[in-house]
Design a protein around this ligand. Sequence first.
Ligand code: ADP
Ligand code: MG
Length: 287
Amino acid sequence: SIPLGYFGGIGAASQNGILFKGSNYLDLITKVDTVVMDKTGTLTKGVFEVQEIVTLNFDKVLMVELTAVLEANSTHPIAEAIVKYAAIKKTNYKSTNVEEISGYGMKGQIGEYEVLAGNTKLLDKFQIAYDENLKSNTETIVVIAINSKYAGYITIADTLKEDAKKAILDLHNFKNIKEVVMLSGDKQAVVDTIANKLGIDKAIGDLLPEDKISEVEKLKAMGRTIAFIGDGINDAPVITIADVGLAMGGLGSDAAIETADVVIQTDQPSKIATAIKIGNSTNKIIW
Ligand code: ADP
Ligand code: MG
């Protein structure tokens, strides 16, 4: 391919829907040896749909209604799926004392019920017993406790983006890239299933937002040059500490886009390989 100058490189990137916020990143991105990716919204569409509702000794319809009234206070894609499914416009319940616990889920008072909806870690935090098999379930689930008792769960499905597999394949084709890592707040069992499907080298789940930062710091301490790509509000701090921080513009939050060094304006994770390719051609020019 024809070598590009820095201006040419930025222009070529922009034609591909990739916005470099400085020519230095065209250089730095070619030195990356470890690509770290967020799962939800980056490799998956981040659009969740309710699949199944399972209750123990609680009325299914009521459990869904209470959960939806609580989740209506959250903008998390999981919350939006439940609210949409329940179609709660006509509910008589109101939520009070609502707390969104980042990386865990939601807590609130819904009428006479105290409701918790989130992952198993949320129930652990409130010392509520549940079926231990839920931990090894390979689907994303929202576990619900009502009045301090495990009530049931809602299965939620997200879908992989069309080019997620190509994104990982393309990265593995660069000699420089030693490892592709996926970080997620979702359960390890879910994360492992996706990593196997996509050919990701290492996948770490059950992470709180601050754990994602320490995972990237660990890699940096090993001397790695890191590119991190994410979409969410939670991802902004990780985007900041990576050597090259990328934000997915398709679904991305403003905070992520603002802190990023490189913004991918489409929702295609394979653009990270395109960005590296453009960096590689740009670098061949000596000024
Ligand atoms: P990620 O984007 O990697 O999934 P998050 O920090 O956004 O990470 O969420 C981590 C986990 O916390 C989710 O997978 C989910 O289990 C739980 N969670 C977060 N917010 C909510 C919510 N509003 N309702 C239910 N569960 C939630
Ligand atoms: Mg996310």
